[in-house]
Design a protein around this ligand. Structure first.
Ligand SMILES: O=C(O)[C@H]1O[C@H](OP(=O)(O)OP(=O)(O)OC[C@H]2O[C@@H](n3ccc(=O)[nH]c3=O)[C@H](O)[C@@H]2O)[C@H](O)[C@@H](O)[C@H]1O
Length: 432
C-alpha cells in the first residue's frame, strides 16, 4: 500500500493551487473544453490516470503479499533470542524442528522445564488437522517457547536463525510421517525427509559453532528384516515403504555430513510412538475416535490371518531417550564448513521391547472407553506395512541409560484421558 503521505500527495497534486496559477488554469480549461474532441481527450486521460492508479495499488498489494514472510523483522528476532535464552548452568540452546508435532512438543517442554533455551520451527502443514498443531503451539507459547513458522527447505530462514542464535544442538523432528500415506503423496516424503534434511544439514555444517544433531529415524528402516528383536546392526536395506526408504536415506545422508564436515549425529529409530497429543493418523488415535463415534474400524491381518504386532512406545519414554541423546552427544568437530577431526555418529533403537498385537491394542482401548469396537478384519494390503516390530534396546540402555517404563495398558489409559478431555467428552463416563 502507498503510504498516507504518498496518497495525500497523489490526491492533492491537482493543477492550480495558487491564485495566479488558478486564474491561468481557469482560462486554459475554458479553451480546452471549448471543443468536444478536447473534452473526449480529457476524459480519456482521466480514465487512464484512474486505471494506472488502481493497477499501481494492486501491484503494491501483490508485491507486499509476495514479500511478506512469516519470519524476519526486529520483533521476530527479539522473540527468537528470548526463547533461546538458557536458564541453567551448562545448558543448551536447541533448535527443535517439527516443534508443533507430537514428539516435538513433548521434547520442547521437557527441555524448557530444565532450563534449556529452545527455538521451535514448524511448517504447520495439513497432513493432519493443523488445529491440533496450533493447540500444541499455544501450550508451547504459554511456556515462553517461540515457534517459528517456516519450512526446513527454507535455507535463508535457517541461515537467519543460525545468525541470531549459536545453537548448541539441533533436535530434528520435522518429517513427513506415516507409512501408508507415502503411496498417496510420495513427493511430500522427498520434500521433507530428503530435501529438507539436506537443507538443514547444510546450514548446520556452515554454522559456527556447528551444533550437535539428534534426529528422528524410524523402526520402519528394518523393513522386511525377520530377525527379532531388531538390533541396530541388522539389515536395513529392504524397506517396505517409501517412508522407510526416505528415513533410511536420512541415515546415509547424515553419515555423509558426519564424515565430510565433522557434524556430530545421533539417529533415533522410534518404534510406533503413542500418547497424549499424539498423531490423529495413527491407528490407536483413529480407532479411539471411531469407537467413540460408533464407527467401524479396519484391522489389518498378515498372511494366514496372523495378527500384526507393534512395539508401541509411550511418549514419555521416547522423550527420556531424546534428552539422554542430547546430553551424551559430543560436540561437532567442524568449523568454517570444514571438518577438523572425526565426529560422533550414533544410531539407537528407542522401543519398548514388548510387542503387542493390533487386536490386543484394540481390546485395551475398548476397556478404557467402555465401548465395543465394530471391527472389520481384512488382509494387510500391500501398502508399505510390515507385519511386526520389536526393538532390541541394549545399545540405548548401555549408552543412554534408556529404560522404558510404561506398558501399553498404562500408556493408552493416559492417552484416552487426554483424548476425552481434548475432544470435550465426559471422563467419568469412559475411563475405567
Ligand atoms: O515406528 C515407526 O517407525 C512408525 O510408527 C508408526 O507407523 P505404524 O507402526 O504403522 O503405526 P500405525 O499407523 O499406528 O499402525 C499400527 C498398526 O495398526 C495397523 N493398522 C493401521 C491402520 C488401520 O486402519 N488398521 C490397522 O490395522 C497397522 O497395520 C499397524 O500394524 C508411525 O505412523 C510412523 O510414522 C513411523 O514412525
Amino acid at each position: 500500500m502507498p503510504s498516507l503521505a504518498e496518497e495525500e500527495l497523489f490526491l492533492t497534486s491537482k493543477p492550480g493551487k495558487s491564485k495566479d496559477k488558478s486564474h491561468t488554469m481557469h482560462r486554459h480549461f475554458h479553451r480546452c473544453f471549448a471543443s468536444t474532441s478536447t473534452m473526449f481527450l480529457w476524459a480519456l486521460f482521466l480514465v487512464a490516470l484512474t486505471a494506472s492508479y488502481l493497477s499501481f495499488q494492486s501491484f503494491v498489494d501483490n508485491s507486499s503479499k509476495y514479500l511478506s514472510t512469516a519470519w524476519g523483522g526486529i520483533q521476530w528476532e527479539k522473540q527468537v533470542r528470548a526463547s533461546a535464552q538458557i536458564h541453567r548452568t551448562n545448558g543448551f540452546s536447541v533448535l527443535v524442528t517439527g516443534a508443533a508435532g507430537f514428539v516435538g512438543t513433548h521434547v520442547s517442554l521437557a527441555l524448557k522445564k530444565r532450563g534449556d533455551g529452545i527455538v521451535g520451527l514448524d511448517n504447520f502443514n495439513n497432513y493432519y488437522d493443523p488445529t491440533l498443531k496450533k493447540a500444541r503451539k499455544s501450550i508451547l507459547n504459554s511456556h515462553n517457547i517461540f515457534i517459528v513458522e517456516g519450512d526446513i527447505n527454507d535455507a535463508r530462514m535457517l541461515a537467519k536463525l543460525f545468525d541470531i542464535v549459536a545453537f548448541t544442538h539441533v533436535m530434528h523432528l520435522a518429517a513427513q510421517a506415516g507409512v501408508r500415506y507415502a503411496m498417496k503423496n510420495p513427493n511430500s516424503y522427498v520434500h521433507s525427509n530428503i530435501a529438507g534434511l539436506v537443507t538443514l544439514l547444510e546450514e548446520c555444517k556452515n554454522a559456527n559453532p556447528q551444533p550437535a544433531i539428534v534426529w528422528a529415524s524410524s523402526s520402519s528402516v528394518y523393513g522386511l528384516n525377520e530377525k527379532v528383536p531388531f538390533s541396530e546392526s541388522d539389515r536395513t536395506d529392504q524397506p517396505a515403504s517409501l517412508y522407510a526408504a526416505t528415513k533410511k536415506a536420512g541415515e546415509e545422508i547424515t553419515h555423509t555430513y558426519n564424515h565430510i564436515y565433522g557434524l556430530s549425529v545421533t539417529g533415533l529409530r522410534f518404534f510406533t510412538v503413542y500418547g497424549p497429543w499424539g498423531r490423529p493418523d495413527m491407528a490407536y488415535f483413529s480407532f479411539t475416535r471411531n469407537i467413540l463415534q460408533g464407527k467401524p474400524i479396519t484391522i489389518y491381518r498378515g498372511k494366514n490371518r496372523v495378527d500384526l504386532a507393534r512395539d508401541f512406545t509411550y511418549i514419555d519414554d521416547i522423550v527420556k531417550g531424546c534428552m539422554a541423546s542430547l546430553d551424551t552427544a559430543k560436540n561437532s568437530t567442524g568449523s568454517g564448513g570444514k571438518k577438523q577431526g572425526p565426529a560422533q555418529y550414533r544410531i539407537f533403537n528407542l522401543g519398548n521391547t514388548s510387542p503387542v498385537t493390533v487386536p490386543m491394542m484394540v481390546g485395551i482401548l475398548e476397556k478404557h472407553l467402555k465401548n465395543k469396537a465394530k471391527k472389520n478384519f481384512i488382509e494387510m494390503p500391500g501398502n508399505g506395512d510390515v507385519p511386526f516390530t520389536h526393538a532390541n534396546i541394549s545399545s540405548a540402555r548401555t549408552e543412554l541409560g534408556y529404560k522404558p517404563t510404561t506398558d501399553l495398558q498404562t500408556g493408552l489409559k493416559k492417552f484416552v484421558r487426554w483424548y476425552l478431555s481434548y475432544s470435550g467428552y465426559n471422563h467419568d463416563k469412559f475411563v475405567m
